[in-house]
Write a protein that binds this ligand. Structure first.
Ligand SMILES: NC(=O)c1ccc[n+]([C@@H]2O[C@H](COP(=O)([O-])OP(=O)(O)OC[C@H]3O[C@@H](n4cnc5c(N)ncnc54)[C@H](OP(=O)(O)O)[C@@H]3O)[C@@H](O)[C@H]2O)c1
Length: 327
């Protein structure tokens, strides 16, 4: 009881005498092996929040950083997980956007690797009817980032040429499709094994970064989205004068931005992209590639794969196995 109360206080959201749930909890920072499958206090939704009964949870590189104590200012104990799809269980004070039982997908500020998570209602949207819960859980971080980069920041327009670096990953896979849906000509990079996926996602030109020289195939590009850490130097010479470099893996070098006469704005934040993504999914203009699923209790295996930075599409945890494949 004492231990439960202590966890409750430490995890912030929960009431001392509240119900418990299963979750993957980090008590000491480290590699995927520090994730423990255990009972944790069920969160209470605060002002403007909804409590989501999680059916599936997407896994992202950021979860490895949170688990390692290298990002997101997490304090211990922490439950990682920023992508969830599930059903509204309870409304917090002042939450008016949803009702109990609504199917939603949401961006959670950690806490998603659990049976329940409290999220701000502004970070949630109706789950696209065309997606299963597993597929929907693969969208918020990757799709939201791709949308913010290409639409809110670069304002990709019909007829432009867009290069997506890392087009087979969680962000890149949705970015390729969003750029196509905006009417752009899309070039995308990945390794040999993922060339088929780039084509399946609609890339006009699939580039194998292990075999081809980028500058031979990508010239005078309007927009480059860089999703691979440590690789930004390759992007400057590929852009036309006035072109736009959007990096989600660290800022561009201002001296090079000036030298090449390009722009490199920070990622815009103009409100949740999820409702806009829902429309595109339901119009069948986007799809989610889920390459692997694991039960919640095996989240460590999922983190190991995501930590390779060579994930094909998305990896998703099935938190409630029975409902995970339902639309
Ligand atoms: N700033 C933000 O708001 C934000 C938001 C989301 C993500 N991120 C960051 O963005 C990065 C990507 O996230 P993600 O979820 O898309 O990762 P991911 O799912 O691991 O995808 C990475 C993709 O990059 C490809 N790749 C690896 N090396 C490459 C190279 N040298 N050239 C071209 N492609 C390469 C991989 O394909 P192959 O296996 O074929 O190599 C893989 O499909 C992570 O570092 C993440 O932390 C930042």
């Amino acid at each position: 009881m004492f231990l439960a109360a202590l966890m409750t206080v430490a995890l912030g959201h929960a009431s001392v005498f509240g119900q418990m749930m299963k979750a993957m909890v980090v008590h000491q920072f480290g590699g995927p092996e520090v994730l423990k499958y255990e009972d944790a206090p069920r969160p209470q939704p605060k002002e403007g929040e909804i409590l989501v009964r999680v059916i599936a949870a997407g896994v992202n590189p950021v979860d490895t950083y949170v688990t390692a104590g290298k990002g997101g200012n997490a304090t211990l104990p922490v439950i990682p997980g920023r992508d969830v799809a599930g059903v509204v269980e309870e409304l917090g004070p002042g939450a008016t956007k949803f009702k109990k039982g609504d199917a939603v997908y949401a961006y959670s500020r950690n806490g998603g690797f659990a049976e329940y998570v409290a999220v701000a209602e502004k970070d949630a949207a109706p789950k696209p009817a065309s997606l299963t819960f597993v597929e929907a859980a693969g969208v918020p971080v990757g799709g939201g980032t791709a949308w913010r980069a290409l639409v809110d920041t670069a304002h990709v327009a019909p007829g432009q040429t867009v290069l997506v670096q890392g087009g087979s990953g969680g962000v890149g896979g949705l970015a390729v499709q969003i750029a196509k849906a905006r009417g752009a000509k899309v070039l995308a990079t990945a390794s040999t094994a993922n060339q088929d996926l780039l084509k399946e996602l609609g890339a006009d030109v699939a580039i194998d970064y292990t075999k081809q020289k980028l500058e031979d195939v990508a010239k005078n590009v309007d927009v480059v989205l860089e999703t691979v850490r440590g690789q930004i130097d390759r992007d400057y010479p590929l852009l036309k004068k006035g072109g736009c470099l959007v990096s989600i893996v660290g800022p561009a070098d201002p001296a090079k931005v000036e030298q090449f006469g390009i722009q490199a704005p920070p990622l815009a934040d103009v409100g949740s992209p999820l409702p806009k993504l829902t429309k595109l999914f339901d119009a069948k203009k986007l799809k989610v590639i889920v390459s692997q699923t694991f039960p919640l209790s095996e989240a460590a295996k999922a983190l190991e794969q995501v930590g390779t930075h060579h994930t094909r599409g998305k990896i998703v945890l099935k938190v409630k196995e029975d409902d995970a494949e339902k639309r």
